[in-house]
Every structure is written in C-alpha cells, then in structure tokens.
Design a protein around this ligand. Structure first.
Ligand SMILES: [Zn+2]
Length: 324
C-alpha cells in the first residue's frame, strides 16, 4: 500500500517536440501494473496520446504539448475496490495505493496524490499535470491535484474529462452527484462556483461566458420544470447553442452549464465552446512565448514548432509574461 510496494523504472517521452521549458507537459504514471504488465501500461499511454491529439481543441494545439510516461511497478495488479461502496472487496498492494470508493462513491478513484506529485517532479521536473493510469477494468476516475482513470471501456474519454479538472480547473457540468435523482441535490446552494464553466448567474451582462452568447439566445435557455429530478428533456435549441442550461455542478436546479452537452457533462461528446476556449487559452499560454532582442529593437514570437521564431514588432522597452 506504499512505495515499498513497487519501484519507479524511469521515464519515456511519448509525444511532442516542444521546448521542455515552454511546453504544456503531461506526465502519465502507472499504478497497479506489475513488472510483467508494463507493456499494458505502455499501450494504455499510447491510446491516451492518440485520443487526446484527435480531440478538439487538442487536435489544433498538439505541438504545444509534451507527454511522458513514467513506468512504475506494483507488487499486485489492480486497485483496492472496497465492498462498502459496492466493490468486490479486493485489495491490491500498489505503489500509489489507488482505491475506488472515495466519498462513498465506487467510481471515485483516488490515490496517494503526494507520492504521485513527488514522483512526477523527480522524473519530469517541468511537468504541468500528472495523470495516474490505474490497471483495473472497474469504471472510475477523479480530477483533483492529480487526475486518475482506470482501464474500463471508454478509458481515454474518462482521462480527457479528468484532465479537464486537473489541468484547467473545469467543473463537472452534470446535474447529479451519486448518479441519479438523489435527495439533497435539488437546488445549488448560494455562492457563485469558482469554475469557469458553471454558474448561478443568468444575467446577460454579468454572465461569465457572456462573450459566447448570441444576443438572440434566451437566458436562461432551458429551465428545469421539476427540481426534484434531473431535467432529461431533449434540447430546445440547436446543438452548439451557448446559453444557460439549468442543471449543473451536481445539482438539478439553480446552477447552469453553457451548452446542452459537453464532455465535462457526458463522455463521448465534444467539449462545449466555453470549456474549449479555456483549454485553448491555458494550453497556448505555455506555447506562444515572446522574446526581446538584447538591443531591444525587435520582439519575436515562438510559435511552438522547431526553431521557428517570427518577428512581431518592436522596438520595445519591456515585454510581459503570458499569452501573446
Ligand atoms: Zn463545458
């Protein structure tokens, strides 16, 4: 159940050619893979790279991203799956101590985050985000200080959803907590959520994604007629319409998501326009870097490919950090 239950074998870069000091860097670490199962971990990492780089908006910004895998062995295969949360009762001695059943919910898969972050930093010091690939076919994942996902069906979709939490601070947009019409989740409590993709505000001028809402779109766009349950009616507006759709952030009512569907709400669908933009902005911030010549006579921009720098202006006295 500790780092005595395995060894760190080393790191391998599996995607990207961005400069290591400027890249958006994802590190995948394995848990519950025995020494004999490392090929399965490598295969899972390859599947993640393929899925990520073919999912919008990552399909446009893949050159800004480096991805590494860190091979870690565990004594046992799998993860803990406590019987008290509907699991098999299995326990597994693994390096990062992955377990299902966090917060009383079987699908919430967590591990020793501190050990993960320390291992990632030791192997790939410039890492942006660490994701643990857990060798179990039980459905699960989570997106805290580190992301986790298991190898259930649709694993890479879970991984990209959890990456949305861990790397970009995106909220869950679904309208329930434990998976259904549970009590205590009828109405979102007071207080505006901090995340960029859920809100309690439906006023056009102060809505945080107001920039994405067409003047002709009604706000709220869809309201839940029965707060005792999740609104499962079909959308009343065309797909891709950005507005305020009631039911989000684990509550049936009084919280809104930007589009009817989004990968932060349901797997297998694209990110909504708001999540899309957050991912683009925060990933490209690591890519589009500018430099001032020593004589301060020109400003150049690095566009994320090879040694290609483009003069964009100058002379200038000073430049500031951040996306250009
Ligand atoms: Zn979204």
């Amino acid at each position: 159940m500790t780092t005595s239950e395995g060894t760190v074998q080393g790191r391998t870069q599996i995607h990207g050619t961005a400069p290591r000091n400027r890249a958006f860097t994802i590190v995948l670490l394995g848990d519950g893979f025995t020494a004999a199962q490392q090929t399965a971990f490598n295969t899972a990492c390859t599947s993640f790279v393929t899925a990520l780089t073919t999912t919008a908006p990552y399909d446009k910004i893949g050159r800004a991203i480096n991805i590494w895998r860190v091979n870690v062995t565990s004594t046992d295969s799998g993860a803990d799956d406590p019987a008290g949360t509907g699991g098999t009762g299995m326990t597994a001695r693994t390096y990062f101590d992955a377990t299902f059943g966090a917060n009383g919910i079987r699908r919430l898969l967590v591990c020793n985050s501190l050990t993960v972050l320390q291992t990632a930093a030791a192997q790939v010091p410039e890492f942006t985000v660490a994701i643990v690939v857990v060798n179990s076919t039980v459905y699960g994942g989570s997106g805290g200080s580190v992301g986790t996902y298991s190898l259930a069906g649709g694993a890479t979709e879970i991984a990209i959803h959890e990456l949305g939490h861990t790397a970009y601070g995106l909220a869950d947009e679904y309208a329930y907590y434990a998976g259904g019409n549970e009590t205590g989740h009828d109405s979102h409590p007071a207080g505006e959520p901090a995340e960029p993709n859920v809100t309690r505000v439906t006023d056009r001028s102060s809505l945080k994604w107001g920039w994405a809402v067409a003047p002709t779109t009604a706000l709220p766009t869809m309201s839940n007629p029965n707060c005792a349950t999740v609104d499962s009616r079909p959308s009343t507006v065309p797909a891709g319409t950005v507005g305020c759709f009631e039911g989000a952030h684990y509550y049936h009512c009084r919280a809104y998501r930007p589009e009817y569907k989004c990968k932060m709400q349901e797997l297998g669908v694209p990110f909504c326009q708001v999540c899309h933009q957050v991912i683009l902005a925060r990933t490209k911030a690591a890519k589009n870097i500018c430099a001032l010549t020593p004589g301060r006579d020109a400003v150049y921009r690095y566009d994320g490919s090879g040694s290609s720098w483009t003069r964009i202006g100058g002379p200038a006295g000073q430049i500031y950090a951040g996306a250009w």
